[in-house]
Design a protein around this ligand. Structure first.
Ligand SMILES: *Cc1c(COP(=O)(O)O)cnc(C)c1O
Length: 356
């Protein structure tokens, strides 16, 4: 093993998680959300492994183009739609689906004659207050789209939850009520992963799983395994130095860790330059030869340090797991005061990816 950080991506687990989505929402079609390079797992491999999905969701035209180049055959929905004529023309040219969420898009549609009419999803703002028309505007917008010759069909009405990360949130129920009051005859879509897991009443015609496909749960204080989801990515590195430090010595930058007694410290070849979170606190678990060892000291760009007191056999070149199958990324996110989504998306080009 001659290199440092590696991400092993288990495509079987990805397919298992997709089948979990099918089990949980058997009457819905699945729009697999693979924006941001498949949540950091790599577009091309993710796309091929998710062959059984009914369509794919991405954020931007750029991402849609990359999927098409990778050979995508299923419908690709662009969640941000378009914001100028050039983007709209590309969408029409390539047959992408676009989300319509803002009046500025209607103006563009009014003043253009596309060679190929496009299929759109219409977004309603039920309380997230990010993208989407207000419920009371919707009937007019829908009428406008149906009459506009650039639009082939309004294929779906969608909305998005703002805090579905618990199965009891009042706000989620209120958003759902708002959505159900919309009186437009067309297929509907609401549920992200949290909605799929916690809110069967939000499943409708299309579900939009993202994070759960990667084996990770968005529900606070739970891990993927609690819902029979299997982690897709395992992030690994190795020990490159082992040393004994006497009591009182400080490890790493800024004296963030002072050894309370004589300690065996291991240096691991991964840091924030690879995407491991710099804010991971003292005590964040790291697996060295499958034994959990606490992180000590500040994470630096190329390295981090662990306490090997309970792992006396550990030696240079031994395997280290930062998150993955035996160490849920949900735990690391909590220790770093962030969310799993960010950790998965922020791995850098320094990490080598392997697909199994
Ligand atoms: C990213 C995204 C999803 C998927 O969310 P997860 O929490 O990852 O399941 C669903 N819908 C929209 C509009 C999104 O942007």
């Amino acid at each position: 093993m001659s290199y440092g950080s590696r991400a092993i991506v288990n495509l079987k687990n990805l397919q298992h998680n997709l089948s979990r989505v099918r089990e949980l929402s058997p009457d819905s079609k699945i729009l697999a959300m693979i924006k941001s390079d498949g949540y950091g797992h790599g577009f091309v491999h993710i796309l091929n492994a998710l062959d059984a999905a009914d369509g794919f969701g991405v954020a931007s035209i750029d991402e849609a183009m990359r999927l098409k180049e990778a050979g995508a055959k299923k419908p690709i929905l662009i969640m941000r739609g378009f914001s100028d004529v050039a983007e709209l023309e590309l969408i029409a040219k390539h047959g992408f689906l676009a989300v319509i969420h803002d009046h500025s898009q209607l103006e563009i549609l009014e003043n253009i004659k596309l060679a190929n009419a496009i299929t759109v999803w219409l977004k309603v703002d039920t309380g997230m207050h990010r993208l989407g028309f207000m419920p009371d505007e919707l009937k007019d917008v829908h009428e406008f789209l149906r009459a506009n010759t650039n639009i082939k069909t309004v294929a779906c009405l969608l909305s998005h939850f703002s805090d579905a990360d618990s199965c009891e949130k009042v706000k989620t129920g209120e958003q759902l009520t708002q959505f159900n009051e919309v009186d437009i005859a067309c297929p509907k879509s609401f549920a992200n992963s949290a909605g799929i897991i916690c809110w069967p009443a939000a499943h409708f015609d299309w579900v939009r799983p993202g994070i759960m496909l990667y084996g990770v749960t968005p529900i606070s204080d739970k891990v993927g395994a609690d819902y029979n989801l299997k982690p897709v990515m395992t992030l690994k590195s190795k020990l490159i130095a082992v040393k004994n430090i006497t009591a009182g010595g400080c490890v790493g930058y800024g004296e963030k860790w002072r050894c309370p007694n004589d300690m065996r410290i291991g240096v691991v070849a991964i840091g924030y330059g690879d995407g491991y979170p710099r804010h991971a606190e003292n005590g964040t678990p790291v697996l060295v030869n499958n034994i959990s060892c606490p992180l000590v000291g500040r994470v630096s760009m190329d390295m981090l340090t662990v306490d090997l007191t309970n792992n006396p056999m550990a030696k240079v070149n031994d395997e280290v797991i930062l998150w993955g199958e035996d160490l849920p990324v949900e735990i690391i996110a909590k220790c770093a005061d962030t969310i799993t989504y960010e950790l998965l998306c922020q791995l850098t080009g320094r990490v080598r990816f392997t697909y199994v």
